[in-house]
Design a protein around this ligand. Structure first.
Ligand code: DGL
Length: 266
């Protein structure tokens, strides 16, 4: 039976838009529904059960809106909640993790730096990722409290953002890292500033495009009979809709509206 579907995408806030850009490029005919959980941002310092609950609530909302596949466009939420989402929902759930494998392949100095949230860095999934892919390469990690909030405020180039980036990249560069993993979906929006601060010779890697390709593969194999909905993008937030519309428009690159989630999903 043919069914019309949509792709649901969520993040703690607007960071997942860096993944949504790749999804729209690779799957331009899909109906996309994005939720910024801005009322609960950041996830990086929240407990696993808190993030699991939010992820379940947002997934229920996306399915109610017609999503038949969901992308967790957040490294922190994937680490905390992908297992419980997959056990509860039978639709394809695509998660993401810091780009350790491509970074290990890219480094020439043999030292890779990871910028991510504390939640991601302390997770069992991240430990398993290092175990699997680090090999002989030295991996130096750096939690980045405050950086997500700068992106949420649209401060992609302010003095405060620059100061935080300098503080967080300095120890990694001092250890000899020539490759930095942007292990949080908010950080690709800071890539120009990170390059300015860390130097153009540094390689930056993230997993946004790989996630979009993985989504494409899973749709093709697991939902072969589906018809995508009209090629539209809708934005929802658990935070303030006016602020969300403003910052999403800046990061998405066109003027868009944002709707507040119904209260049972807040
Ligand atoms: N964008 C989320 C991630 O990829 C971030 C986090 C947060 O809210 O702390 O990890």
């Amino acid at each position: 039976m043919n069914r019309s579907g949509a792709i649901g995408v969520f993040d703690s806030g607007v960071g997942g838009l860096s993944v949504l850009h790749h999804i729209r490029q690779i799957l331009p005919h899909e109906r996309l529904i994005y939720v910024a959980d801005s009322g609960h941002v950041p996830y990086g310092d929240k407990s696993q059960s808190y993030i699991e609950q939010r992820s379940q609530t947002l997934t229920r909302f996306l399915i109610a809106q017609g999503a038949d596949a969901v992308v967790i466009a957040c490294n922190t939420a994937t680490a905390a909640a992908v297992a419980s989402l997959r056990s509860q929902f039978s639709i394809p759930i695509v998660g993401m993790e810091p780009a350790v494998k491509p970074a290990v392949a890219a480094t020439k100095s043999g030292v890779v730096g990871v910028l991510a949230t504390i939640g991601t860095l302390e997770s069992a999934r991240f430990a398993a990722l290092l175990e699997k892919y680090a090999g002989e390469v030295e991996i130096v990690t750096q939690g980045c409290p405050g950086l997500v909030e700068q992106v949420e405020q649209g401060e992609l180039n302010s003095a405060r953002t620059r100061e935080l980036i300098a503080r967080y990249t300095a120890p990694l560069l001092a250890r000899g890292a020539d490759t930095l993993i942007l292990g949080c979906t908010h950080y690709p929006f800071l890539a120009p500033l990170i390059r300015e601060v860390a130097g153009n010779h540094i390689t930056l890697v993230d997993t946004g495009e790989a996630v979009a390709r993985q989504l494409q593969r899973r749709i093709q194999t697991e939902l072969p009979a589906r018809i995508s909905g009209a090629a539209t993008v809708q934005f929802f937030t658990s935070g303030d809709a006016v602020h969300a519309a403003h910052i999403i428009s800046v990061l998405w690159g066109e003027d868009v509206a944002a709707q507040r989630l119904p209260h049972e999903f807040l």
